[in-house]
Ligand binder design. Sequence first.
Ligand code: FRU
Length: 876
Amino acid sequence: MFRLKLSKFFIILITLNICLHYSCNTNKSTKKLTIGFAQTGINDQWRKSMIKDMEIEVAFYPNINLKVLDGKDNIENQIKNLEELILEKVDIIIVSPVKSKPITPYVEKALKAGIPVLVVDRKIDGQNYTAYLGGDNEQVGVNVANYISSIAGNDPKKIIEIKGLKGSSPAYDRSISFNKIINKTNNLNVVHSIEGNWEEYSIKDSLKSFLKKEKDINYIYAHNDRMALGAWDVLKELNLDNHVDIIGVDGLNEPNGGIQLVKDNILKATVFYPTGGHEAIKLAIEMLNGEKVNKNNTLETILIDSRNADIMKHQFDKIYEHQLDIIKQQEKIKQQEDTYTKQSTTLKIVLALFIISITLGIYSIYSGYNIRKKKRELEIINKKITKQKKEIKKIANEAEHSNEAKVNFFTALSHEFKTPITLILSSIESLTEKQSTYKNNLKNEISIIFNNSKRLLRLTNQLLDFRKVEESKFTLKASETNLLDFSKGIFNDFESEARKRNINFTLETNNKDLSIFIDRNLMDKVYFNLLSNAFKFTPNDGDISIKITDHKERNFINVCFKDSGIGIPSDDLNTIFNAFTIASNNTKASSGIGLHLSKEFIELHKGSIDVDSKLGTEFTLKLYKGDTHLKPEEITYQSAEIDQSIITLDNEDNDNYFSEASINKNSNTGYSILIIEDNLDLIKYLESKLNINYNVHLSNGIDGIEKALEIIPDLIICDVNLPDKDGYVICEILKNDLRTSHIPIIMLTVLDNEESYLKGLHSGIDSYLTKPFSFSVLSQSIKTLIYNQEKFRYNFLHNVKDINFKKNIATTEQDFILEINEIIKKNRTNSTLSEESIAADLNISKIQLNKKLNAILGISISDYLQIEKDKNALNK
Ligand code: FRU
């Protein structure tokens, strides 16, 4: 990008350079030459007229520049001016010397410096100059002398001569030639001469004092008209103006010029003395052009008196008009020149722009080619990137799939954990019920197994909860709950432990009737986690308290869990709620997600949890009163109860109804029935009807198999259309599992067709009832199936050794019993025959043996062994 801009900049620079070069060349061809003019002074009319004529002439030459320096009628000033022009190296010098002698060396200096010098009007000393041009001053003197002589007659006449500046050549020449002629006459006499300096003031005093003495004067000859006018002033003052004729020199055609003075009878005559302005410039240009010029160029003078004054004025006016015309034309020419210059500049700019645009055009074609080339390269790179991107995406997908597979595996495995653990737990539980038959240490072992199984189940549930939290799958199901009653339920679970360890465990509240909206299952987990931690880290004889505070004036409450345990180091307090974080002083087995889940669950309630640890640890929950902080879908108005059993800790998706299913243990047969059904009304109906005679368990269909394995019911009633697996699949799974294969299943469905019925039979069901059904039919079916099962058990127990199972129809259960019988038979005389040895021979654990036997025959292995021993004793 930068390179592109830089090269563009250079192209424009080169183009402008070319244009500049072109314009410089044009300037060179019109190089200006300077004529330096060291003028005597610039104030009197004669000098002004001279400079004006020069300027008019110079205007014809556009390459000539005229530089006029004012000597102020002072020789020192003029010398300085000359030196300046020499230093400046002007092309030619014109000088009109104030005085002849003092200026001569400087004229020579200029010549030495290679500058030609044109002397005008007044001469220098000697001939060392390039050329001279000026009026003929000797002729001026001659003209005046001849004129006086012509008008004087023969009588003696007296003349006063008023001279120009002494040392200037016109004053000298005008005097010498005049006196030469006057001296030759008999009657004319120059009676007095006055030294002037060309200006009228210079002669007045001197003339006045002379005239006061000598009044009888006939003629005054003044070397110029300005001094002549001064003389007239004096004559007028002395009333002699009518007696004396004055003759001046210069004859300018100006208001106070000589011609006008003649016309006004102030002067008798004047001699026209040309300024030579035009001629001087013409001559200088010839010299500059290297043309050969005459060294001395004299201009004619003419005497003007009353006879030719009008003609002369007329002539001069004509010349003046002509000059005006020339000036006007020159101005026009100048204007045209300006226009031409402007147009020429515009043309140059247009030309330059044209060249620039052509250059840029060429450049843009070149750039376009380059861009296309770059584009092609980029396209290739882009393709490569796209390919790489696809590969990365593929790898990422694979990684995602593999990760998902891992997570799914982890989840499935966790689920898998739950069933065996639950079974272990329930087995242990049932064993514990018969604990009186066990010795004390066995009881302890069972309790260790029980507690650890509970712990395993809790951890599994925590892991599953963690996954759900991570995937934001939890939805709050808050219902209005009396907080004290809720807390008491959990308090009771921990009370026995507190008693055993002599821990002062208390629960207090300042409002027994306080009810708030909580998801009881989630809050149960929070309480359980906080209390487990408190009991884990509090030594025997310590204190643990739950304190509920209702801030009556405010919209929230606090639940504070305080212990006198080891506490949490202050450095860990900030991170203790992070997942997988364990306090640095915690040496006990901990998952590191319990507190994290608690925090997440409390935040789902829009509340907060805080920790403080000084002496022991204190967790404080902040929960809001009312339901305005919750979304409508987060609130449930069904009366949900916590299933206080361990299994309920794993209660993830069950409908509240299913979790609250109560088992009526009074006045029933003791047989258990599992109903797998997702229609709540039907469930309620069946439960209410069957509850009287049976222990009823419920499943909404999602956890049907799990519940069956967990409960091992005596009979299952199963629907076909269920939310997860259909009834056929559930039945098939249960019938193929050794633990549940013996359980009779009644399929209860709306599918009233042969195909569905056959499908049901294939899946191994025992009875097929269609909806709407008669409860008495259902009731009778249940009774019959349970009765048959009992009969089956009885036969096994009492006649199994006589039953000759045909190999091809032998079921898994029959094989299993026959194998046990075979072992007992073989080892009848062997005193080591025991429950353990039978389990070992079957290659299963004693617990598994008991579980299986219990499922098939409803008795334990020890009872079965006893029956067999009794039978053998009878047979002997
Ligand atoms: C002008 C002037 C004229 C005179 C001339 C002589 O400065 O005084 O009046 O004729 O100079 O150089």
